[in-house]
Design a binder for this molecule. Structure first.
Ligand SMILES: [Zn+2]
Length: 80
């Protein structure tokens, strides 16, 4: 069974059995991989969106992470 996979960055559906799909998994392309990396590097300064209050509390204890109530667009982990 081949399951199509949704790119966490652009949410495009791609086929993980494709050569490109394999090499960039879980992203659809090198571009999306880089976008995600960029988001993560930004994430050091802003952890955002739909964050669990418990997690937010936990993150606040970490001086390396700044929790903000709002910020970056998109929804890397957003599920319908
Ligand atoms: Zn993508």
């Amino acid at each position: 069974m081949i399951k199509p996979h949704n790119c966490p960055v652009c949410e495009k559906t791609f086929n993980t059995s494709d050569e490109a799909g394999k090499s960039h998994f879980p992203f659809c392309s090198q571009r999306c991989r880089q976008v995600d990396l960029f988001r993560w590097s930004e994430g050091r300064y802003a952890v955002v969106e739909d964050i669990d209050p418990m997690v937010a509390e936990f993150l606040r204890d970490d001086p390396n992470i700044t929790v903000q109530g709002e910020g970056i667009e998109g929804g890397q982990d957003s599920e319908p």
